[in-house]
Design a protein around this ligand. Structure first.
Ligand code: PLP
Length: 390
């Protein structure tokens, strides 16, 4: 392997690029996690995280990947054998479902074609049929990272409210938090699951649960026995901003900086920036004569775009060529769309020129890998980006 000069382009939809400011913040001497410096840091990140989730409810931070934060959401709120409603919107929704199944939950897993989000009408119908309120939770992935499709959380909330159903509402915002508008409190979500390595621009290692009072009530008499994931132990220690076991101190320095960066830019500006990059990317895809996997414009993801391969295969070869020739990583097709799609991540620490560089790498790769396409995707994206700057 010869040295590759310049930065590697990491354009997978998470882990995302970590900005230098955050890398520098993490590069801090290790501190006493029971001392006053930690306590001050911890207070700021625990309270600051609430602003990112848009809630006054507690936000719990575990040392874990997103999968652990999923596990915590189920372990704290449900009982073995409980009935829950889930939707097969893609690979991540399927993994969450598989976890719930392993725990012995009884799941109504509503299938989709992986090209659209959760249909609020289906939520309403399913809950209306459930006269005895046997369904204990409705679990939805906000941004399906395997497909580039979002589900409309506020409309799903309205659907639950229309039938006055008491089920808990749990939302995976692992790849949307800090990139797409999300409102834990306003949308009355009971458990919001997040993690560090996507919109928050941190390395992997922190998992989040934002928990409503209703979810906390459920956690008081839940039937799963867990120690590490126990919210109540965590919240007790968090009263003084400490933790029951050793937290990821250095990542919390990074989180402190990430919150600062998101707030300096302003969350609404961050969301608008992502929307703009996603639109530019879709214009490039269309100019190439390729198809976006998401079939409903109101469910387009601003975090990533999944692109369908002409002929339904060859995405892995294209990604391999792009990695070898232009030093860029793109997301692969996961689960049943393996090799059929590639995913362009456009989230986190990204500007106009890094997006144009990314799209140029894709256009070069299409040519090098012999994928049938029309040139001019980069030009179409540039035209759109330029027009919105004047
Ligand atoms: C990345 C991701 C996960 C899994 O998180 P890990 O950190 O890999 O455990 C879950 N859900 C969604 C929507 C994701 O994007």
């Amino acid at each position: 392997m010869t040295l590759k000069s310049g930065r590697h382009f990491l354009q997978i939809p998470g882990p995302s690029n970590v900005p230098d400011r955050i890398l520098h913040a993490i590069a801090h001497p290790t501190i006493d996690h029971r001392g006053p410096t930690f306590q001050k840091l911890s207070k700021e990140v625990l309270l600051g995280s609430r602003r990112i989730f848009k809630t006054s409810d507690p936000v719990i931070i575990f040392p874990t990947s997103g999968t652990g934060a999923w596990e915590a959401s189920l372990m704290n709120t449900l009982n073995p054998g409980d009935k829950i409603l889930m939707f097969e919107t893609g690979h991540f929704a399927t993994l969450w479902h598989n976890m719930a199944k392993k725990f012995g939950l009884e799941i109504d897993f509503v299938p989709t074609n992986w090209r659209h989000g959760v249909d609020p009408q289906v939520v309403e119908d399913k809950l209306r049929e459930d006269k005895d309120h046997l369904i204990k939770s409705v679990n939805v992935v906000h941004n399906e990272t395997s497909t580039g499709v979002t589900s409309r959380i506020s409309e799903i909330r309205d659907a639950i409210d229309r039938v006055n159903h008491p089920a808990l509402f749990m939302v995976d915002t692992i790849s949307s938090l800090g990139s797409i508008d999300y409102r834990h409190e306003e949308w009355k979500v009971d458990v919001t699951i997040g993690c560090s390595q996507k919109g928050l621009m941190l390395p992997p290692g922190l998992g989040f649960n934002a928990v409503s009072q209703k979810a906390l009530e459920a956690s008081k008499n839940n039937g799963f026995k867990t120690h590490f994931w126990d919210w109540n132990d965590m919240l007790k220690a968090n009263e003084t901003f400490f933790y029951p076991s050793t937290p990821c101190t250095n990542l919390l320095f990074g989180l402190h900086e990430a919150i600062k960066m998101l707030e300096e830019e302003g969350l609404d500006n961050v969301f608008a920036r992502h929307d703009r990059f996603a639109e530019a990317t879709r214009r490039a895809v269309r100019a190439w004569g390729l198809e976006v996997l998401c079939e409903k414009p109101q469910e387009y993801s601003s975090v990533l775009t999944a692109v369908m391969m002409p002929g339904g295969k060859g995405a892995d070869n294209l990604r391999k060529v792009i990695l070898e020739k232009v030093n860029m990583s793109l997301g692969n097709g996961l689960g049943k769309i393996a090799d059929k799609v590639f995913r362009i991540g456009h989230l986190g620490d990204l500007n106009d020129l890094s997006l144009i560089g990314t799209l140029a790498g894709v256009e070069m790769g299409l040519e090098l890998a012999g994928v049938e396409h029309t040139k001019g995707g980069v030009a179409a994206a540039m035209e759109y980006l330029t027009a919105s700057l004047v």
